[in-house]
Write a protein that binds this ligand. Sequence first.
Ligand code: KIV
Ligand code: ZN
Length: 519
Amino acid sequence: MTKDKVLIFDTTLRDGEQSPGATMTHDEKLEIAELLDEMGVDIIEAGFPIASEGDFRAVSEIAERAKAATICGLARANYKDIDRCWEAVKHAKSPRIHTFIGTSPLHRAIPNLTMDEMAERIHDTVTHARNLCDNVQWSPMDATRTEEDYLCRTVEIAIKAGATTINIPDTVGYTAPVESADLIRMLINKVPGADEVIFATHCHNDLGMATANSLAAVEGGARQIECTINGLGERAGNTALEEVVMALKVRGDIMPYETRIDTRKIMNISRRVATVSGFAVQFNKAIVGKNAFAHESGIHQDGMLKNSETFEIMRPEDVGLSGTSLPLGKHSGRAALRAKLAELGFDLADNQLNDVFVRFKDLADRKKEVFDDDLMALVYQNDSGADRLKLKSLRVVCGTEGPQTADMTMEIDGADVKTSATGDGPVDATFNAVKSLFSHNARLQLYQVSAVTEGTDAQATVSVRMEEDGRIATGQSADTDTVVASAKAYINALNRLLVRREQSEPGYDVKGVSYKDAN
Ligand code: KIV
Ligand code: ZN
């Protein structure tokens, strides 16, 4: 059976990163883009170049480095946005401009344009984009709540003006599978010129139907799915890349479509996105959740031992989970560590391997067996050499007899400073100590602990989200000592807030479109 190709358009670095708190650093964006390119993503939406200097720089650098993927930037429906977007993507081997405007009644009210005025704006801006770049994507934002006739009219205008991909966004996650398929089918049947472009689907997950809606849109004729790793994105997120890709792979019998994705790379990029975005993956998340391949109940284990297909519809190896993997221990040397990391998909330079080896030895002294998940936590430990704040030492007194006290030494801008603080529990005392050494007004929005592996000597991964003047940053750390991990995660979030403070970039909301500077 020949299968139709479905293009995978990943927007982790744009729509995903737009999620409050998910902001990534420049280097993290480059790294994620490289992983997406390597895994076979067809189009990477790398950012929104007009939003900030940082976004512009990230999109430009990703465009210059990309090997196989098309690199796309987002632009509102005005010349300034489109020009800036082109400046950022033009050095890519294969650049794309993605321009959009909200076409539903509610979205039309924002720029206060009549239907005719908006139609003219679409014609002018798509024409302008097409004069710059021969690969132009156009999106009618909130398409699923736009009047059918007007949607057809605007799509026709965009096609005539030179759009090569028409993306149909379900911006608020409102549609349902039958409707999603019908909408694409209707547009393909009704709009003149529809057979000359690719239709894309872009779904949000507010009702938990993003994956189903995207697959239904493919049934209706869409040949590009827009998605993010782990379903990252505002509110309930976007369609999860791993879900649509694995659904097409596993159910190729009823959905005869193929993607270019190397599914064995899914697990690694999922973990990396979770770490850099600070959005942990829920345990029972399809495909990439910790429990997705765990069969712990007695009946399941028995069935699994007899035949793994009893309860498994895909093999763990297909998504990049290594099967039975022997843990390392304190006698394991550098060569064993390098081999194990290679098995897990990490190809580290010598100096990076040295750093990880030091952390590995330290961990192996405290923990009998070092599992794959422990190693990943070590590799991803994000204490950058450039950090202004560092934890040097921590001693905490806690238990039933208060007060809980934290004695702490930190290095701040190269100088050691010490304090002792009390609090309501060891974590509170620790955070108070950091605050007394480095005074700040950031508010703790989220504090989350999870065990990396099983056993009482397991490392704890701590995620912390902080907010200061509308800027949000997340920090993460792992340690066998939960309080040490908490202190490091808190300091990591503060370091990220400091970077953001220095960049002093105002938060930019794609959906709060300003048309003042249009054209
Ligand atoms: O959800 C949405 O409508 C978007 C557009 C900018 C394509 O992300
Ligand atoms: Zn979106």
